[in-house]
Design a protein around this ligand. Structure first.
Ligand code: PLP
Length: 461
């Protein structure tokens, strides 16, 4: 295949994509696949000779779509969504065609400056103050790792980068017991150690208890540890826990700790002014991450990190060897200095396309619908005598269980998912096995959400 063949195959891929999306409601959300069967369908070694694209494309159609979980299915209600809008898909095609490596301004002037502008657009839309800047990462995990590394170095007076961690004081990071495992991963990878991530207990509303935070910090100081930072949770993955950041900030600010907010899923909702009170205080935090690739219609991967002051993170992550020096310039950002990998994709393009193609109002309407429909569904499930709402809707997420106990709940979710019309996942809440329900696919309708009610009633009949 050469460049002359690309238009023909691109057209075929686009036609295929349209059929695929149009057919999603007729497919089970999750395929019935036997582990190993896809591997078996592929030869054991790579071909020595070129193969015609016709055959490669045929094999793609025969092997791949039927063996994928369809994340863009309108009735994908599992995990969190990873929703992709057509405008985002188009932008990715163009970014692919250019295939730039956007590590420096001079390797990608447009990518760098569109990224700057997109951060500014989102900052304003989400109610964050002027002066907040930021960058785009591949994932919230990487953004959180960047923030935790910055916490570490700030607390060590930037000694860890050169000297390593042995002989340094023992650092402590604080987060609620509702935070995502990416925080645990970050403290492990940062060399701080899992044992130094203090899981602060939560109040009845699942928000971090500020008194417990203050007590933990005081005890740690008394024991000779060095408190370094706090990670707040806005929309926990399990049941959507939301820290009341404002309640904790007096403690955090008195202790001069670095703050990071993990709003990976819920952050997208903050383009709606009525949801912004949920993260009141985030504007005073040092770092915030949210994933447009979860709920804003910008496909994976695209994770935005806002920074109140980028300098500490750049000082932590930035390296400028001679061969990366940009001559003759000021007033530019070399975004690799803000992130872990050197190489960077042109992720800002799809943000630009999506924000323009739907407008903030179009995106807000979608988010509001998801929240409203999920709330309506929860109300319908309250009328099913066998079921109990365990955690109330937080934005577009709630959890429920069978009143007969964990075994009945587990049997129910297995039946629902085997049916295939909807796809739900489970978690444990306060020791109890519960089913999570969250909506956010880009093409999801009210009927799609209400299908959960239909399927549950059938399965319980
Ligand atoms: C999904 C999620 C993450 C991880 O996001 P990645 O981009 O996949 O790393 C972290 N925190 C929360 C709250 C999440 O929902």
């Amino acid at each position: 295949m050469n460049h002359d063949d690309l238009p023909k195959w691109s057209a075929r891929a686009a036609a295929w994509a349209q059929d695929y999306h149009a057919s999603l409601r007729d497919r089970p959300v999750r395929p019935a696949v036997i582990p190993g069967s896809i591997r078996e369908a592929l030869p054991e070694t790579a071909p020595d000779q070129p193969e015609p694209m016709e055959r490669i494309f045929d094999d793609f159609e025969a092997i791949v779509p039927g063996a994928m979980t369809h994340w863009q299915h309108p009735r994908f209600f599992a995990y969190f969504p990873s929703n992709a809008s057509p405008a985002s898909m188009l932008a990715e095609q163009l970014a692919n065609a250019i295939s730039a490596q956007c590590m420096l301004w001079q390797t990608s002037p447009a990518a760098t400056e569109i990224e700057e502008r997109m951060i500014q657009w989102l900052r304003a839309a989400m109610g964050l103050p002027a002066g907040v800047t930021g960058t785009i990462h591949d994932s919230a995990t990487t953004a959180t790792l960047s923030a935790v590394l910055t916490m570490r170095e700030r607390a060590l007076g930037w000694a860890g980068l050169a000297e390593g961690l042995s002989g340094q004081p023992r650092l402590r990071i604080y987060a609620s017991d509702q935070t995502h495992s990416s925080i645990d991963k970050a403290v492990r990878l940062a060399g701080i150690g899992q044992d130094n991530l203090v899981k602060v207990k939560t109040r009845d509303d699942l928000s971090m208890d500020p008194d417990a935070l203050a007590t933990a910090i005081a005890a740690d100081r008394a024991a000779g540890y060095v408190p370094a930072g706090v990670v707040f949770c806005i929309g926990g993955t399990s049941v959507g826990a939301i820290d009341r950041i404002e309640d904790c900030l007096p403690v955090v600010e008195a202790e001069d700790l670095y703050t990071h907010v993990d709003a990976a899923w819920a952050g997208s909702a903050m383009i709606c002014p009525e949801f912004q009170p949920l993260w009141a205080g985030a504007e005073r935090c040092d770092s915030i991450v949210f994933n447009p690739h979860k709920w804003l219609g910008v496909q994976f991967d695209c994770s935005v990190q806002f920074l109140r002051d980028p300098a500490p993170q750049i000082r932590t992550l930035g390296l400028r060897p001679d061969y990366l020096e940009t001559l003759e310039s000021s007033d530019i950002n070399d975004f690799n200095e803000w992130t872990v990998p050197l190489g960077r994709r042109f992720r800002a393009l799809k943000l630009w396309f999506v924000l323009r193609a739907y407008g903030l109002e179009g995106l807000r309407a979608r988010l509001r619908n998801h929240v409203a429909w999920v709330g309506e569904l929860a109300d319908r499930l309250r009328d099913i005598p066998e079921l109990e709402i365990v955690t109330e809707p937080r934005l577009a997420l709630f959890s429920f269980a069978h009143r007969a106990g964990d075994a009945a709940t587990e049997a129910l979710i297995q039946k629902v998912n085997a049916d295939g019309r909807v796809y739900l996942t489970q978690t444990r809440h306060k020791g109890r096995f519960v089913i999570r329900m969250t909506a956010g696919s880009f093409d999801c309708t009210r009927d799609d959400v209400m299908m959960v009610n239909t399927v549950l009633r059938e399965m319980l009949a």
